[in-house]
Design a protein around this ligand. Structure first.
Ligand code: ATP
Length: 479
């Protein structure tokens, strides 16, 4: 196996790696770093927790040390928390160099960010929306000379999901030089390969870890089949068991919506579990503070939406619980990848209702692994069922009396304004679309009913005819 020196890193950087416990390159590092150092574009696809961040940070820091200037490198990433994590890796590995980084994410003060950008940091780590806002509103910084553009979680940045980055990416790409190195990394790159190649890449070096499974071997992947109404009781029971048996374990619970995230956090606190939440309806400062408390093990349980599904590297996380079965295998891969990182063991448990079984099959098909049933004493779960459900209901009532839903509506309106849309017009458009959809549905239903009636009529006619024929035959026979 190669060492970092033979891959082309300077002695001071190898020493810096050692201080972080990074002694031998992981496969993605061993394979992707040489072509990057040679000046090639690169696409790296490797499992969660396999060291993709250092695979791009190290070559950039090496190259920066040979020709330091700002702005040298731009890293784009889908979430704000991930931007901080990546910037930290640059800061630590580039410390002997005096590397200056700048983090540009939404929810933080725009003026101080603009000031930092104008001071020409070596590395800018950003979420696309906020960086595009700076480009549109100010001309005090330039990225026309950057040498590296990196898209971390590249497939997420390019997919048109609920947060669509494509417009912002277009704005950003238009300000970058054509002559640059573009590096794309993710654990699920292959699904969006075609779109990724459109990012004007120059014969990229492509590397994918050779493995039939798409999740790591150290991860014990389990499921519990449960009726929807018993889900929370299973959750409370699982957490009770884990916390009784282990002192130093942390657990991440993934939920489908911000509201669910909030309800579960409050409910688990009622049961005295040290729980904290992370979702997009929280103020950014609170998000950072909560994540820091979870990382420091002040709170052992983090309830989060998919905002925490990608990239977060928290070594103490031993268990990931999916409170809902993810609708897409890709989301499942990233969620469960928050445990069993860098060779450690971990467990993931997905709560599956009878309506989600097809989703589990599709996940199993993608990851090429069968999930195993997690054994639970059902009797124990039933003992707490009423208490858990009553607690949940009380919390839901409490939350309804706060302005949680209202805040969500306000946030939505703010987002639309930022996207340059009129919230009232959008609401009208949405209502009209909904009306058309419901009319179409009604029409379809009517047609189906009329077909059904026709079929029924035809059948009735056939039966009458058959009866008449039978009668006729019987009459002929007696005559
Ligand atoms: N060569 C190495 N030896 C030991 N540990 C390493 C090495 N490279 C990286 N690590 C550590 O492995 C952990 C996971 O790395 P990283 O966060 O880069 O994973 P990733 O592949 O980006 O995962 P994800 O797809 O979830 O974002 C980090 O704590 C990192 O410090």
């Amino acid at each position: 196996m190669a060492d970092f020196s033979s891959l082309g890193l300077s002695d001071w950087l190898v020493k810096q790696c050692k201080q972080l416990g990074i002694n031998k390159p992981t496969p993605v590092q061993e394979n992707c770093m040489p072509p990057i150092l040679e000046g090639r574009d690169c696409m790296g696809c490797a499992k969660t927790g396999s060291g993709k961040t250092a695979a791009f940070v190290l070559p950039v820091v090496q190259k920066l040390s040979e020709d330091p200037y700002g702005i040298f490198c731009l890293v784009l990433t889908p979430t704000r928390e991930l931007a901080y994590q990546i910037a930290e890796q640059f800061r630590v590995l580039g410390k002997p160099l005096g590397l200056r980084d700048c983090i540009i994410v939404g929810g933080m003060d725009m003026v101080s960010q603009a000031l930092e950008l104008s001071n020409q940091p070596h590395v800018v780590v950003a979420t696309p929306g906020r960086l595009a806002d700076h480009i549109r509103s100010s001309d005090t910084f330039s990225m026309s000379k950057i040498q590296f553009l990196i898209l971390d979680e590249a497939d997420r940045l390019l997919e048109q999901g609920c947060t669509d980055f494509t417009k912002d990416l277009e704005t950003i790409l238009a300000t970058l030089p054509a002559k640059r190195q573009t590096l794309l990394f993710s654990a699920t790159l292959t699904d969006t390969l075609h779109e990724l190649k459109n990012i004007a890449m120059n014969k990229p070096f492509f590397w994918e870890s050779k493995s039939e499974t798409r999740t790591v071997e150290e991860l014990d992947q389990r499921y519990i089949l449960t009726p929807e109404k018993v889900k929370d009781a299973y959750l409370v029971h699982l957490i009770q068991t884990f916390t009784d048996e282990h002192d130093d374990w942390s657990i991440i619970i993934f939920t489908n919506t911000c509201k669910d995230c909030q309800v579960l956090t409050m409910m688990l606190r009622e049961f005295n579990f040290p729980t904290i939440s992370l979702h997009s309806m929280m103020k950014q400062k609170q998000r950072f503070a909560n994540l820091a408390k979870f990382k420091a093990s002040v709170f052992k349980i983090l309830v989060a939406t998919d905002v925490a599904a990608r990239g977060l590297d928290i070594p103490t996380v031993q268990v990931v619980i999916n409170h809902n079965t993810p609708g897409l295998p890709k989301i499942y891969i990233h969620r469960v990848g928050r445990t069993a990182r860098a060779g450690r063991n971990g467990v993931s448990i997905t709560l599956v209702t009878q309506y989600d079984i097809h989703l589990v099959h599709s996940i199993e098909g993608q990851i090429q692994t069968k999930l195993k049933e997690y054994p639970v004493e059902e009797k124990e779960v039933l003992k707490i069922l009423t208490q858990v459900n009553v607690t949940r209901r009380e919390i839901e009532i409490k939350l309804e009396s706060t302005d949680f839903d209202e805040k969500k509506e306000i946030n939505k309106r703010k987002q639309l304004i930022l996207e340059g849309k009129d919230p009232d017009l959008e609401a009208k458009r949405k209502a009209e679309l909904e009306k058309i959809r419901s009319q179409k549905k009604k029409f379809k239903l009517k047609i189906q009913e009329s077909i059904q009636r026709q079929k029924h009529g035809q059948l009735k006619k056939k039966l009458i005819k058959r009866k008449q024929l039978k009668k006729k035959k019987a009459a002929q026979a007696t005559a």
